[in-house]
Design a protein around this ligand. Structure first.
Ligand SMILES: NC(=O)c1ccc[n+]([C@@H]2O[C@H](COP(=O)([O-])OP(=O)(O)OC[C@H]3O[C@@H](n4cnc5c(N)ncnc54)[C@H](O)[C@@H]3O)[C@@H](O)[C@H]2O)c1
Length: 256
């Protein structure tokens, strides 16, 4: 078991699903875990900051409460595509990015950021130019203004902002690694048994769900995703940066 003793790790989306299981595991491994969520946690944490990550001013207020030194950040908070596209943009991309850039400044050499993307972000190469342009916007507000000029359809907004997260992670990671020694990676889970799985079924429609069902054994349990996130946080992954690691029981490999 990897040793997280002495590390302070911030986990968003800590009150449910993948974030909660990641917090449990990292605490068992010895880390001091500070949770962030809009809902109260239902597990033991070392500290908790209640925040709506979709509002920049709330993120800024939360940053005041978070510690001056953070060793790792796991961005697990997210909303499904059954939510309005504007909210998906704010929570799954703009708020995540704002928090991450600010916390990266508090990380020592060897710091790690893990973003929870999705198998549904796999088609990022199809819209690479758009995602690069959004990645280059300089702030939460600038991102919102860019999106007002380049609106994203409601039906595919979840996929779009997971794609955007993967492209931002890949394009920003080396800047962080070269300048600060901080690594940034994504994991891309396939379906996971958490409270939002039903929303994904509704979002994708029964045809796609049926087609995928034949390609996989079953959805994952969130405690099968958490150890991969913990690995990327750990020093064992110190030479891994800028990747998007599928954690999907082989599902993505069937799309070739
Ligand atoms: N469950 C799946 O099938 C699946 C598959 C691929 C990727 N993912 C991604 O994994 C991540 C974790 O999802 P999960 O399945 O554990 O879902 P979940 O609903 O169990 O957990 C999401 C957490 O994010 C929090 N959250 C949502 N909006 C927030 C906001 N505005 N501010 C602060 N916190 C907020 C929720 O309160 C919740 O605790 C998400 O980014 C999701 O998109 C999930």
């Amino acid at each position: 078991m990897s040793n997280m003793q002495g590390k302070t790790i911030v986990i968003t989306g800590v009150s449910s699903g993948i974030g909660a299981d990641t917090a449990r595991l990292l605490r068992l491994q010895g880390a001091r875990v500070i949770g962030v969520d809009r809902n109260e946690p239902m597990l033991t944490l070392d500290d908790f900051v209640k925040v709506d990550l979709g509002e920049q001013s709330h993120v800024d207020a939360a940053l005041e409460k978070l510690p001056a030194r953070v060793d790792a950040l796991c961005n697990a908070a997210g909303v499904p595509g059954t939510s309005p596209a504007d909210l998906v943009a704010r929570v799954n991309f703009l708020g995540l990015r704002h928090l991450t850039l600010k916390l990266a400044e508090r990380m020592p050499e060897g710091g790690s950021i893990v973003n929870i993307a999705s198998i549904l972000g796999a088609e990022w190469p199809k819209r690479l130019d758009l995602h690069k342009a959004l990645a280059e916007t300089s702030s939460f507000e600038a991102g919102l203004a860019w999106l007002a000029r380049n609106p994203v359809p409601q039906e595919t907004c979840y996929q779009y902002f997971k794609e955007a997260l993967i492209v931002w992670t890949i394009t920003q990671s080396q800047k962080l690694f070269l300048s600060r020694g901080v690594r940034m990676n994504c994991v891309a889970p396939g379906p996971v048994f958490t409270p939002i799985l039903g929303d994904f079924v509704q979002m994708l429609g029964s045809q796609r769900v049926e087609a995928d069902a034949h390609r996989m054994k079953r959805p994952a349990y969130s405690d099968e995703v958490a150890p991969v996130i913990a690995f990327l946080c750990s020093d064992a992954a110190r030479w891994v940066s800028g990747i998007n690691l599928p954690v999907d029981g082989g599902l993505a490999s069937t799309y070739l």
